[in-house]
Design a protein around this ligand. Sequence first.
Ligand SMILES: [Zn+2]
Length: 292
Amino acid sequence: MRKLIICILIFMFFAVRFWFNAPSEKINVYDHKHNKVIKMDFERYIMNVLAAEMPASFEKEALKAQAVAARTYTAQKIASEWDDPYHKGADICTDSTHCQAYRELAELGENAKKIHSAVDETAGEVALWNGELIRAVFHSASHGYTERSADVWVEDLPYLQSMASPWDSACPDYIYEVNFSADEVCALLNIDNPVIEQITRSGAGGVMSITIGRKEFKGTEVRSKLNLRSTCFTVTEKDGILTFCTEGYGHGVGLSQWGAQGMAKEGYDYKEILRHYYSGITIKKEKYSYLH
Ligand SMILES: [Zn+2]
């Protein structure tokens, strides 16, 4: 009888262990570099994204915050039944300009373990607002305040508001200058003269619109056409050279990676970091229902 009880206890121990360590669901990833679709473990895909999107040298809590953001971003895209012909039938792709960046863990050497455990320790966790998966956008560094989604894109999402992010100046090339000749600016923006008439800024400081050469552009448009690091820029002119000076790096909406790093260094944990950048969210372990 005692032997039977011991056997049952051992069985239960392994059953519980298996349940908690059970592999997650699979997803199909379109590998844009090799033009093929790969089926892989969902959590493994998140590791590959984390390896590419944030330096493995960052603090563990910053990596965990980024892991939850990347998982939520992916889950929300899949759940919204976003079907893009670019993916060739897959759920998501490896193109950083389309979905999220992707890197093999083997390229990281010893640091791969850190990425692995940041994803493992947050396995299945996603950010929700009002019970719905959020659009967990992220960027490298804001310009001291993150931008409201409505000021950069069109939609005003309640969890993507402007938040203070004083840690971001630690980002390399936080302030960055780039020079253009007047002719270059005219050619890139398709205007006749580069005289700036008006600049409208968001509350956070980014350029929302700019009238240059009697033509009005969105800040995001100028950023893209001139390949600027952010929409938070000033322009000065001297001897026919226009200097665009930017602060921060990226679109400035949602989680700031350098902000996450700064908060982690000050002792905040990943949930506190996520709740700071995504207002009013809850973080919950979900059973991958969004994959079906
Ligand atoms: Zn894609």
